[in-house]
Ligand binder design. Structure first.
Ligand SMILES: C[S@@+](CC[C@H](N)C(=O)[O-])C[C@H]1O[C@@H](n2cnc3c(N)ncnc32)[C@H](O)[C@@H]1O
Length: 251
């Protein structure tokens, strides 16, 4: 049966966010993000259009490119980004943070690439690191990076927390790129149909994917949540990019 998603269903929660989620299924979900994100998230295009030019600018200034992936989950996007930058000869210090320590433990075990022993506040090291932290904690420490990014996080955040969350992202990064699903009945029905076999996998990926599509935003809904310095772009297929380009850089 065809489902229509004209209204955002913000009250729903993903199974992966439950404190008592089955650990095996949760771990398989983090692993499955890797494959799903490669095909749907379009970060390779975002990298080519926005991230590589910024990273090259920083490289020309003789600096290490500093990135914060907020809500990194299993760390796959941070991992892809680290590999792409490395291939382009760009030194990077990427930190994935998440408020869920189960995600951070999984990412540390499966995605860390440490070229030097380093801490999140060591500005001269390169590598890929993961820490269980919130944006609020990093803002309070006066942390600054060149790029703050997140993938499939906005729809996880309650409506009254989104504006403060975006303000914190903008305080932390010179540029911010939030990449999320665009709610659409067509996307939901295509996902439900084409990825139906995933329903039988020992992972939350299928049901949480469907829930996420019901909770995600439309462009006009994101437009009203943003202020000066932010803009929303629609990307094919069924993606929204929320971009911030501010003046405040890393000290
Ligand atoms: C759907 S998962 C996306 C994981 C990863 N970004 C990816 O695309 O594979 C959303 C993640 O955001 C995290 N999260 C939700 N709200 C957050 C917040 N305010 N700060 C940091 N992480 C958050 C959740 O714990 C969860 O791991």
């Amino acid at each position: 049966m065809c489902t229509l998603l004209s209204q955002r269903q913000a009250h729903l929660t993903e199974q992966m966010d439950a404190a008592n989620a089955d650990s095996k299924q949760l771990e398989q979900t983090y692993a499955d993000f890797y494959t799903l994100n490669r095909f749907v998230s379009q970060w390779n295009r975002v990298y080519a259009k926005y991230i590589r030019p910024k990273a090259k600018e920083i490289q020309k200034q003789g600096k290490i490119f500093h990135v914060l992936d907020v809500g990194c989950g299993g760390g796959d996007i941070a991992f892809f980004l680290f590999q792409w930058l490395k291939k382009d000869g760009i030194s990077a210090h990427i930190t994935g943070i998440d408020i869920d320590d189960r995600a951070i433990q999984w990412a540390k075990a499966n995605r860390s690439v440490q070229t030097e022993t380093a801490h999140i506040n060591n500005n001269n090291s390169t590598g890929l690191f993961f820490e269980c932290l919130s944006t609020t904690e990093l803002v309070n420490r006066g942390h600054k990076v060149d790029l703050v990014m997140n993938n499939h996080v906005l729809h996880h955040i309650s409506l009254d927390e989104i504006k403060p969350f975006l303000t914190e992202c903008a305080a932390l990064g010179t540029i911010v790129i939030c990449n999320d699903l665009e709610r659409s009945s067509l996307a939901f029905n295509l996902f439900s149909l084409c990825l139906f076999p995933l329903r039988f996998r020992s992972s939350f990926i299928y049901e949480d994917g469907r829930t996420s599509l019901k909770k995600s935003f439309r462009k006009d809904e994101l437009d009203v949540l943003t202020s000066r310095g932010w803009r929303v772009e629609r990307w094919f297929p069924f993606r929204l990019l929320l971009l911030y380009e501010g003046e405040r850089g890393r000290a």
